[in-house]
Design a protein around this ligand. Sequence first.
Ligand code: PLP
Length: 431
Amino acid sequence: MTQDNWRPETLALHAGWRADPSTGAVAPPIYQTTSYQFESTEHASNLFALKELGNIYTRIGNPTTAILESRMAAIEGGVGALAVASGQSASAFSLQNLARAGDNVVSSTDLYGGTWNLFANTLKDQGIEVRFADPADPQSFARLTDARTRAYYAETLPNPKLRVFPIAEVAAIGRPLGIPLIMDNTAAPLICRPLDHGAAIVVYSATKYIGGHGTSIGGLIIDGGNFDWEAHAERQPMLNTPDPSYHGAVWSQAVKPMGPIAYLIRARVILLRDLGAAMSPFNAFQFLQGLETLSLRMPRHCENTLKVADWLKGRKEVTRVIHPSTLQGQDKVWADKYLKGGQGGLLGFELAGGREAGRRFIDALKLFYHVANIGDARSLAIHPASTTHSQLGPEEQLATGVTDGYVRLSVGLEHIDDILADLDQALAAAG
Ligand code: PLP
């Protein structure tokens, strides 16, 4: 068996690195360097002209970060990856790499709040319009598409609604039109591989499950290498017309001999070069540490979360449990189709006592941390109505699924009895 057919569990430990050729070190070293000595002026010019790929400056690439990039590309079944400073910069770059002022993108409405702000406000200020489509109706993506639509965007398992996105259905609408589907797979590593279902690009907040330790912020963009940018030259001008900021390079042609990496190379040598949101080598090392145990952590997150969901269904204080296992109809079909080996580590529930009960519940927690993060090895909780979603009116509550009594849990790896005991005493305190 070779690396070509290793399974994701094996790739998470081995892809992209074996042992240091000069020292024999098995663990990937942290190359804490800004710069790299060129072998000659010819070597330097080849690197700058992209005649060969290699290290120039850590803002654009670093050997420790490169191991993380190869490992994540291998796990997702892509041809390459780009590590960046945060999940936010991964989402922003993934679109800015295709869309400029005057262009538009169609995105699912079901998004992480930070991504929503980026799309609805910051990208809009930059002249990129994000149009929001209902993920329950894949054809809504087609209806919002016009000649300036450059990409579709969605999250595999978006919270708080936890409705699984119809990846193949929407990817199939975009492909003949030359529109790639970009999937944020932050909440579903290993349990879903969006590229297998027709997505072209995958983005991650590595901050969450990839790390798992809650020590480092980072993001990743993975290129499926499965999208024919050249065949859709009119639709994708940024990859098919001369780029004045890189000696007139046409990206779909410039790096052809190196494989189908036009999208990825542009993101690295233009966006990372100019905007500078590089991941530090130390953080790349931290994410490599996290990846080593991801295949053990994800099943445990999924198992504990399902047990919590089932337990909450029997509680009188709880009016509704939001978890993929409670989906019905078409939503259930998509959850069964796209999530394999578990339904993720997130769940929501609604307290009968509304906003005040939500506050009392959170304040009574002893084991769960009260934080805005998800995907940590520890159990985490938040009451959006008093924090991230405190300004919502009734209509926005309906649109986001965040009501006054809604509580979000990111269930950790602790013993299930300890998790349930903490929830039990907090529910009693919430009343
Ligand atoms: N995407 C999702 C689904 C997230 O949950 C988050 C953060 O919570 C992000 C993107 C942004 O990631 P980061 O916090 O690493 O910038």
